[in-house]
Design a protein around this ligand. Structure first.
Ligand SMILES: NC(=O)c1ccc[n+]([C@@H]2O[C@H](COP(=O)([O-])OP(=O)(O)OC[C@H]3O[C@@H](n4cnc5c(N)ncnc54)[C@H](OP(=O)(O)O)[C@@H]3O)[C@@H](O)[C@H]2O)c1
Length: 225
């Protein structure tokens, strides 16, 4: 089934806002998960008041799996670009995100794209980081998605390197080697990746460490292997 209805958690965030702008210009029906009415009105402005974009108020650490699944139901895909910026790692980046996996299964919505962080799969990388707790939360959220949900969800994990607010380049590299320079990536390009792979079956069940580079975001071969 192709994806046409998408719910975006973290829609008012920096990457989230780029995602909403992109989706609003394409043929998607989008629900933006925001935290208050002021954020909802920002989203409407971003989407040029498109009738294809609506908002719902939810705070994932306070919401139950049932609340989350009620919002997810009726969509074809979930994009998770939430993050507590280190302020509430256990409740948001770990438990909030895992509750959303459970809610997606409960709502019978299989396609799910999660934003994690560069090399979150590698404990040694996280151990050397200044933000070790952040890496622990990202590592276990990803690991639970892979270990417990791979037969229930068509997931893709996107792990960007250091984010910037630079303009889009439209190009990325998939980082395959721990020793490779991790570079940087603009949030607009991360948003482009999220939208580009929504319907790309080759990316199901896969995780990608990404930075700006030389491969076209809109070329499916970029995501091979
Ligand atoms: N900074 C980096 O270099 C870097 C690198 C790799 C990956 N990442 C990851 O990329 C993701 C997005 O980055 P970004 O720059 O777009 O971050 P951001 O601007 O801080 O956006 C995060 C979004 O999550 C929302 N959020 C936080 N707690 C929530 C909760 N309890 N319930 C519902 N929504 C909640 C925020 O809402 P409010 O606006 O209301 O707070 C915001 O909309 C994060 O997961 C981050 O960890 C960051």
């Amino acid at each position: 089934m192709s994806v046409s209805k998408v719910i975006v958690f973290g829609a008012h965030g920096k990457i989230g806002q780029h995602v909403i702008k992109l989706l609003s210009k394409l043929d998607y029906k989008t629900t933006a998960v925001v935290r208050n009415d002021e954020q909802a009105s920002t989203i409407q402005k971003l989407a040029d008041n498109s009738s294809n974009v609506s908002s719902t108020n939810l705070t994932i650490d306070e919401a139950s799996v049932k609340d989350l699944s009620g919002s997810i139901k009726g969509n074809d895909a979930v994009i998770l670009t939430v993050g507590s910026a280190g302020k509430n790692l256990l409740q948001v980046d770990l438990d909030g995100v895992v509750k959303t996996f459970e809610a997606s299964v409960e709502a019978n919505v299989k396609r799910l794209i999660l934003i994690s962080a560069i090399h979150a799969e590698n404990r040694e990388f996280g151990e050397k980081s200044q933000i070790r707790d952040y890496y622990i939360a990202k590592h276990y959220a990803d690991r639970i998605l892979i270990d417990e949900f791979s037969n229930k969800l068509d997931y893709t994990i996107i792990k960007p390197t250091h984010l910037t607010d630079d303009p889009s380049t439209g190009k990325i590299d998939i980082i395959k080697n721990l020793n490779e320079d991790v570079g940087k990536i603009s949030r607009t390009d991360v948003a482009k990746v999220l939208v580009e792979i929504l319907n790309l079956k080759e990316t199901y069940g896969k995780s990608y460490n990404i930075k700006n580079g030389s491969h076209d975001i809109d070329n499916p071969s970029t995501y091979e292997a």
